[in-house]
Design a protein around this ligand. Structure first.
Ligand SMILES: [Zn+2]
Length: 471
């Protein structure tokens, strides 16, 4: 349903594109200057930093939320499971009109520490514009996410008559510290944050000028494996030969996890089929810092190996260190492995498959004990659902370029929590970063033109949800 005429400009899905573009553009200088003010507050949720700055950051964000016309605005903090007070989160609410959906807009106002100041070419907490990019700690991650949510709602309220979608802002203050009170926060404020659609604006676009919707995150399982071959350590000269030591047997077990090409060789760990995305090998090599002589492991498209296939890593080994080594046969060894799972794979089924694999290996009859230690669900967006369709449409309309549906090889733990507490909600993972943003590093920056488009895309999404609901 696309119509256009000379008086209203182009209307698509009940959304007046020109009116919203005009509102976003008109307010853009102000939006950037508000972002600069946020960057000036070093709110860092790590113990070594001043908590007063986090409180000041929450106050500044709450003021921005109030400036959209919301009057239900609170700064809330909840204790972690260990009883430690969590960082202040800002929650603002605008109730939905009857029959209209509610959308939860998430971002975080805390930032990473600046790190080594000598590596910065500008002051980290003094946002500085250079060649179309805004430099500063949090300029991208994730204060720009907050400003996308604020500026998009302002534009919609200005351009759309009787806008009826419910909007809840949830700006957490401890994401960079691992969100220690996120889960108890959701549990205590479950009703306050309940929504039909959740937008998490904390990810990356594909590259400058090309938007992305992050549609999958891998799940994970972890396991600890104990290998025991002797009752106690014995002299390697007296007994070595007929008995393989535990580290050697553990190494044989480790070697069984991959085939000769480097693909995970554990039966029952699944891969997912999707539309191929081109991730150039040179980019991956630069991003990962892998040494030039190293061949990449596994088969199939690189993006699939990162997002849609399992990956198994040994993340810890308990054996005597070289410093205390002696000529003895080691009786036992302990490994910790971490397995990333393809979206769609059940973590428990994966842990069971792993255990079967470990127990099926012939380690000369050594005792092998397998303990699954942690699990995280994978995430994948149902791109045929209304919210995802609307989001992909809005990104394409704002950028004029088809969005890439990207995955992330890791997991975002709080997304698993959101899925668990709000199983009915459609979750959209969007973002303002690009591969040059250097979130967490020195010289973090935001591409301002893409920032403007991200605001427009979200304004279009809000307007379309108002016009069409979640059909
Ligand atoms: Zn972030």
């Amino acid at each position: 349903m696309t119509t256009s005429d000379s008086t209203t400009g182009s209307v698509d899905h009940g959304v007046d594109l020109d009116a919203l573009t005009e509102r976003v553009n008109r307010a853009f200088d102000q939006t950037v200057s508000e972002l600069k003010s946020l960057v000036a507050i070093p709110g860092i949720a790590w113990e070594a930093f001043d908590v007063a700055e986090l409180a000041r950051s929450a106050e500044a964000v709450a003021a921005l939320v109030r400036s959209t016309g919301m009057d239900d605005v609170q700064i809330l903090s909840v204790k972690t499971a260990e009883g430690v007070p969590g960082a202040p989160a800002v929650v603002g609410r605008r109730p939905a009109q009857p029959g209209k959906p509610t959308i939860l807009l998430y971002a975080h106002h805390d930032v990473q520490p600046p790190g080594d100041l000598d590596l910065w070419e500008t002051q980290p907490f003094e946002a500085t514009e250079i060649d179309g990019r805004l430099f500063g700690r949090g300029a991208a991650d994730d204060k720009a996410g907050i400003m996308v949510h604020i500026a998009s709602l302002r534009a919609v309220l200005d351009a759309v008559e009787d806008f009826g979608v419910g909007v809840t802002y949830f700006f957490e203050g401890e994401e960079e510290a691992g969100s220690p009170s996120f889960r108890p926060f959701l549990e205590q404020h479950r009703d306050l944050l309940a929504a039909d659609v959740i937008v998490v604006a904390d990810s990356s676009n594909w590259k400058v000028g090309v938007p992305a919707l992050t549609t999958s995150l891998r799940g994970m399982v972890g396991a600890v494996i104990d290998v025991r071959v002797l009752d106690h350590a014995v002299h390697s000269g007296m007994f070595g030969g007929p008995v393989l030591d535990a580290p050697t047997l553990a190494a044989r077990l480790i070697a069984s996890f991959h085939d000769a090409e480097g693909n995970v060789a554990v039966k029952g760990l699944l891969a997912r089929d999707t539309e191929p995305v081109d991730y150039p090998e040179a980019d991956f090599r630069a991003d990962s810092s892998v040494l030039e002589s190293v061949r990449l492991a596994g088969s199939g498209a690189l993006a699939d190996r990162l997002w849609n296939k399992p990956a198994l890593s040994v993340i810890g080994i308990d054996v005597p260190s070289v410093a205390v080594s002696s000529n003895t046969l080691q009786p036992s060894a302990r490994l910790k492995i971490s397995v990333r799972l393809a979206p769609g794979q059940d973590p428990q089924a994966a842990a069971d498959a792993l255990q079967r694999h470990v127990e099926a290996q012939d380690l000369f009859g050594a005792h092998v004990a397998f303990t699954a230690v942690e699990q995280g669900n994978a995430f994948s967006t149902d791109t045929s659902a209304a919210a995802a369709r609307a989001s992909l449409w809005s990104l394409e309309a704002a950028w004029g370029v088809k969005p890439v549906e990207t995955g992330i090889g890791g997991s975002i733990p709080f997304i698993a929590d959101l899925l668990e507490l709000y199983p009915q909600a459609q979750i959209l993972v969007t973002g303002v970063e690009d591969p040059d943003s250097r979130a967490h590093s020195a010289n973090e920056s935001l591409h301002l033109e893409d920032f403007r488009k991200a605001i427009l895309a979200e304004a279009l999404l809000l307007a379309r949800l108002d016009a069409e609901g979640l059909q």
